[in-house]
Design a protein around this ligand. Structure first.
Ligand SMILES: [Ca+2]
Ligand SMILES: [Ca+2]
Length: 219
């Protein structure tokens, strides 16, 4: 009897853990209540459409790796029943001749936590990640032409309403693709997750991810 009770409790625990993992990973580790504001993109694009003389254009990729960083894990457990999958985001910055800077800091998120934890695709949206913490960053100085290409790519994500997909197009994919659009050879290492919770509950998948990307950019 004790064994049966124990198994039932364990099964319940595993179910909670799986659900928490899915919610957290799908949301790129960001809870709804503290979600960064959705970017009003028209204003941001227009910010660079002035006649200010520029000294330098750059792209910086930021990575909040799972946990405290420093490993290529695709996720780490947090506390008793939570999971941290990290986040990746980008900054496009223009240093102006008048000693000011024009900057956007932006990340890609699912628009909402899906009701069905097995549904890996949902609508995506760009959010202002100005206040987001990170452990790794890499700056790429760009030509104006490549800077404009990166900006155009971000605009295309918005314009085409590109879908978020946990395996195929998540926050790390967005950051990597912005870098590629800018002509930079941004590394893209596949990381897998295969979590067997027992009782028939198993999550397998993989793709670009903040753990691997952060580790790659440390090199
Ligand atoms: Ca972290
Ligand atoms: Ca990918």
């Amino acid at each position: 009897m004790c064994d049966r009770l124990s198994n039932k409790a364990y099964s319940t625990f595993l179910s909670f853990l799986l659900f928490a993992f899915l919610l957290t990973l799908v949301s790129c580790n960001e809870d709804e209540e503290n979600a960064p504001p959705v970017v009003q993109f028209k204003g941001i694009a227009a910010a660079f459409n002035d006649q200010v003389e520029a000294l330098e254009y750059s792209l910086t990729i930021f990575v909040d790796q799972p946990g405290a960083g420093g490993t290529a894990e695709t996720w780490v457990p947090v506390g008793f029943m939570d999971v941290d999958a990290g986040h990746a985001f980008v900054k496009l910055e223009r240093l102006n001749a008048d000693s000011t800077q024009t900057t956007i800091i932006i990340g890609y998120y699912p628009d909402k936590i899906p009701n069905d934890p097995n549904q890996l695709e949902t609508n995506g949206e760009l959010r202002d990640d100005t206040k987001r913490l990170f452990e790794v960053s890499k700056k790429y100085v760009l030509t104006k032409e490549n800077f404009d290409k990166a900006l155009a790519y971000i605009e295309s994500v918005e314009r085409t309403k590109k879908k978020y997909h946990l395996n195929n197009y998540n926050c790390a994919d967005f950051a990597i693709q912005v870098g590629l659009a800018a002509g930079e050879n941004v590394p893209d290492t596949y990381g897998a997750w295969d979590i067997n919770f027992g009782m028939g509950k198993r999550l397998t998948g993989g793709g670009s991810n903040p753990g691997n990307l952060g580790q790659d950019l440390r090199q």
